[in-house]
Design a protein around this ligand. Structure first.
Ligand code: SAJ
Length: 407
C-alpha cells in the first residue's frame, strides 16, 4: 500500500476513493467492521453526489478496505475529532489512538497526515508527545503533517479536485512529498506552510463563515421587529461592490462551522468576544424559529403542537447529515417547553431519529396545519404545490409567496 487512509467517513472515504481513482495504491481502514464489510461488498453507507461513480472507479483500480492498519509510507487520518460540550475543547482521543496504531505498522520515515479538523496547537500538545513516548523521533522515524480538508457536503467530489489545499509540515521537504500525493487529484493550488498555521487557518475559515452567518441572522431578527423584509435588504446591500452578506436561516448546523469557533473561544477566552457572540447568535436561531411558530399558532388559533410539522432534519439542503442540525436543536428546546407531538419529515433521513418522524411525505402532511421549512432540499422546491392548503413558515426563503411566513 502506498497510502493508508484511516477513517472512512464523510471525508476519509471520498479522499480514499479519489486517490485510488487517480492510480494510487490505497487501503482504506476503519474500525467499524460493518462499514468495512459493506464497502467490500460494494455498498456505500452515505449519499453524496457523484460518490457512487467514484466508488466504482476506485474499485476497478483495486482499492481495498480493512479494519487493520497496513504498512505504508503515507497515512491520511480522517478520524472524528469531537468537541467536549462542557469545556468547548477538542477531544483528540481518536487521533491519538489512530497515530498509535499507525506507529505499530508504518514504514520508517512515513508521513502521518492529519486531515481531521483539530484545534490550533493540537499537534504540539497532543500528538508529538505520543511519538516521544514510544521513543521515536519526529522528523526521522515519522513525519507529522496537517492537511485540513475543506470540501463541502453536497459538492464534495468537485471540491476535492478544485479547492485549494493547505499542507502544514515541519519542513519543506516533507511538505513537498505530501504535495505530490495530493497533486494526484487536486487540480488547484496546494499551499505549503507550517503546522500551526495550517491548524489555525482551517479554524479561522469556518469561524469567518459563522460570524458572517450570525450577522445575517441578527439582521433577520432586527427586520422582524419592524416587519421589514430582510431578504430584500440583503439583496440590495449586496449590490454594493464590497458587501456580501450571507443568508439568515434556522441556525447553523453541521460538524464544522458550529463547532470550530469554540476551539478559539476555549483557548483564547479573553480575546474572542466577537466570535463568542456570533456563536451564541447562531445558536439562538432555533429559539427564534420557535417563537415564529408560536406567533403563527396564535394568529391562526392553532393550539396543538401536533398540528405543526417540521420539514427537514438534515443540517442543510440535499444531504442526509443531521449532525448539530437546527431541527434537532429546535426539538431539544421544544422538549423543555412544550409537549411532544410535532411531526418531522426529511426525505434524506431514512433512519428514525426522533419522535413522530415520518418516512412518507403524504403521511407527514396529513393532518398538520403549519409546515415549517427548516431545510431547503430540492425535494420541497419540487413539491411546493403540496403545501398550498397549509400555513407555511419558510426559514430558508425558498418559497416566493406573500402568504408564506418568513423568519
Ligand atoms: N448557513 C446559513 N446561511 C448561509 C450559509 C449557511 O444559515 O448563508 C447554514 C447552513 O444551513 C448550515 C450551516 O450554515 O446549517 C453550515 O453550512 P455550510 O454549507 O456553510 O458549511 P458546511 O458545514 O457544510 O461546510 C463547511 C465549509 N466551510 C466553509 O464554507 C468555510 C466547508 O468548506 C468545510 O470543509 C467544512 O465546513 C468543514 O469540514 O470544516
Amino acid at each position: 500500500t502506498e497510502v493508508n487512509v484511516v477513517g472512512l467517513g464523510y471525508i476519509g472515504l471520498p479522499t480514499a476513493l479519489i486517490l485510488a481513482k487517480s492510480g494510487v495504491n490505497v487501503t482504506g481502514t476503519d474500525l467499524n467492521e460493518g462499514l468495512v464489510n459493506s464497502l467490500n461488498k460494494g455498498k456505500l453507507t452515505f449519499q453524496e453526489d457523484g460518490l457512487e461513480q467514484l466508488f466504482q472507479e476506485a474499485l476497478t483500480n483495486g482499492i481495498s478496505f480493512s479494519t487493520e492498519y497496513c504498512p505504508a509510507d503515507t497515512y491520511i487520518l480522517a478520524v472524528p475529532t469531537p468537541y467536549i460540550e462542557e469545556t468547548k475543547k477538542l477531544d483528540p482521543v481518536y487521533v491519538i489512538s489512530a497515530v498509535n496504531k499507525v506507529l505499530d505498522v508504518c514504514n520508517k520515515g512515513a508521513s502521518i497526515i492529519i486531515e481531521s479538523t483539530i484545534s490550533p496547537g493540537t499537534i504540539d500538545r497532543h500528538i508529538r508527545p505520543v511519538i516521544d513516548k514510544r521513543n521515536l523521533e519526529v522528523g526521522r522515524d515519522v513525519h507529522l503533517l496537517h492537511a485540513p480538508e475543506r470540501i463541502i457536503p453536497g459538492n464534495m467530489i468537485h471540491e476535492l479536485e478544485f479547492n485549494s489545499r493547505t499542507i502544514g509540515a515541519d519542513n519543506l521537504e516533507v511538505a513537498e512529498r505530501a504535495k505530490k500525493v495530493y497533486a494526484k487529484f487536486c487540480k488547484s493550488e496546494i499551499i505549503l506552510t507550517d503546522i500551526r498555521s495550517a491548524e489555525m487557518s482551517k479554524v479561522v475559515e469556518n469561524t469567518f463563515r459563522d460570524i458572517n452567518i450570525a450577522f445575517a441572522n441578527e439582521l433577520a431578527k432586527i427586520c422582524r421587529t419592524d416587519d421589514i423584509d430582510v431578504y430584500e435588504i440583503i439583496r440590495i446591500a449586496n449590490k454594493h461592490p464590497r458587501v456580501n452578506i450571507l443568508q439568515p436561516g434556522p441556525g447553523v448546523g453541521g460538524h464544522c462551522i458550529s463547532v470550530d469557533p469554540w476551539f478559539l473561544v476555549g483557548d483564547y477566552p479573553d480575546l474572542t468576544n466577537l466570535i463568542l457572540t456570533a456563536r451564541k447568535t447562531n445558536d439562538s436561531m432555533p429559539s427564534h424559529v420557535l417563537s415564529r411558530i408560536r406567533d403563527i399558532m396564535r394568529e391562526h388559533s392553532v393550539t396543538e403542537i401536533s398540528k405543526v410539522g417540521l420539514y427537514g432534519l438534515a443540517y442543510k439542503e440535499n444531504v442526509d447529515d443531521t449532525r448539530e442540525s437546527p431541527t434537532l436543536q429546535l426539538l431539544e428546546r421544544l422538549d423543555e417547553h412544550l409537549a411532544f407531538g410535532v411531526k418531522v419529515y426529511d426525505p434524506f433521513v431514512k433512519e428514525n431519529l426522533v419522535e413522530n418522524q415520518y418516512q412518507d411525505f403524504e403521511e407527514f402532511l396529513d393532518d398538520i396545519e403549519i409546515v415549517v421549512v427548516m431545510v431547503g432540499h430540492d425535494h420541497i422546491k419540487e413539491n411546493i404545490l403540496c403545501l398550498k392548503e397549509k400555513l407555511v413558515l419558510d426559514t430558508k426563503n425558498i418559497i416566493e409567496s406573500p402568504s408564506v411566513y418568513k423568519l
